[in-house]
Design a protein around this ligand. Structure first.
Ligand SMILES: NC(=O)c1ccc[n+]([C@@H]2O[C@H](COP(=O)([O-])OP(=O)(O)OC[C@H]3O[C@@H](n4cnc5c(N)ncnc54)[C@H](OP(=O)(O)O)[C@@H]3O)[C@@H](O)[C@H]2O)c1
Length: 333
């Protein structure tokens, strides 16, 4: 099998040829057909993540065909077209992940390879309306966005929603989910072109978050404010959400792309009876619910670029530059 290996932080990945994988008890081998990138892969490559392991095969997202199963795994999986749930060891609670929760692609070897060895419990059937490239774009971002909007944010039909940084991989899923769920969706972005593309996908309107006074313009558009705000940037703009939220509103966040946030206006926070909710990937139930939602609404992931397996380092640089709109995927033949 072939695998892209990260040997040192800040370095390109190197392509290695190693022995084919053999499944242990409860495990399966997936012959990967496509894999996708997440911002996490860039943090890990740069050494800017809270965990680290070297050498490692990066990659949380993958789709393919089950090629072998180990003792205790049903033979029915052989030949099945699958997506891999990258949230490993979630635990028993729907409210939070267990202490040994981890994401595929560090410390466990991930999907930037031709084969993946994984617990069979992480396998799910690929939605039939998606090809392998589309399905590989789904797992981590699709799961995180689903839990943020529905399990944590409790988004309801007819509510007004703000999604920040709409060019992001997770944000793209949330836009499609929220439109399908009947919400009125507003967005922010660094780019007017990305705002236009979001409106073509069903967003009502948006503002450029780098333009001074964007929050006042957005508030005027949204009327009484936003029932739900979902953000993964934090940074200097985060305190503005207290003003942008409608009374009783919820603010869900799951990342710090723009760094930590200054202090919030705590007086208005309690006067408006707001809720601040952190979220992290999702439970096995979230993953199944997400796949069901995606199948029912025939949601097709927004894909920026499809590259070949040999172009993984190009894909990593492209994601780090932040010029993408949606997911960057590579085919594995
Ligand atoms: N907690 C979890 O389980 C979890 C799961 C997945 C991701 N994350 C985190 O969530 C973040 C997004 O992940 P991703 O994979 O979607 O990343 P991504 O595809 O690289 O998207 C990042 C997006 O952030 C937006 N952005 C950058 N600076 C911003 C700012 N100051 N204000 C508003 N938006 C800003 C940009 O939107 P525009 O292009 O529109 O400007 C950019 O496209 C990352 O920090 C990631 O580590 C956490």
């Amino acid at each position: 099998m072939k695998t892209w290996t990260l040997r040192a932080h800040g370095q390109d990945l190197t392509l290695d040829e190693v022995d084919d994988l053999v499944p242990g008890p409860g495990e399966a081998i997936v012959q990967l057909r496509a894999a996708a990138l997440n911002h996490r892969d860039v943090w890990l490559q740069q050494g800017n993540y809270f965990i680290s392991k070297l050498p490692v095969t990066l990659g949380a997202d993958g789709a393919g065909v089950v090629g072998a199963v180990g003792p205790g795994v049903s033979q029915d999986w052989l030949g099945a077209e699958v997506v891999v749930n990258p949230a490993i060891g979630w635990g028993d609670s729907e409210h939070y992940a267990a202490d040994d929760f981890r994401t595929l692609g560090t410390p466990d070897n991930g999907t930037f390879a031709t084969q993946l060895r994984i617990s069979a419990a992480q396998l799910c059937r690929k939605p039939e309306h998606l090809d392998f490239v589309q399905a590989a774009a789904l797992p981590l971002s699709g799961l995180t966005g689903y839990r943020a909007l529905f399990s944590r944010g409790q988004l309801a039909h007819g509510e007004t929603l703000l999604i920040t940084g709409i060019g992001g991989g997770v944000a793209q899923f949330m836009l499609q989910y929220a439109v399908a769920a009947g919400a009125r969706v507003y967005v922010t972005s660094s780019s007017a072109d990305k705002l236009s593309r979001a409106c073509a996908l069903g967003a009502v309107d948006g503002e450029i978050y780098r333009a001074p006074g964007w929050e006042a313009k957005l508030k005027a558009k949204a009327g009484r404010g936003f029932d739900l705000i979902v953000d993964s940037a934090c940074g200097d703009d985060f305190p503005k959400f207290v003003d942008l939220a409608a009374p009783g509103g919820r603010i869900v966040y799951f990342g710090l792309t723009a760094g930590p946030s200054p202090a919030l206006d705590m007086r208005n926070f309690y006067r408006k009876q707001l809720s601040l909710l952190g979220t992290k990937m999702g439970s096995p139930r979230d993953f199944e619910s997400m796949l069901d939602f995606v199948s029912r609404h025939e949601i097709v992931p927004s894909i920026d670029t499809v590259l070949n397996f040999g172009d993984v380092n190009t894909a990593m640089k492209s994601l780090a530059n932040g010029e993408h709109y949606g997911k960057i995927v590579f085919r594995i033949s």
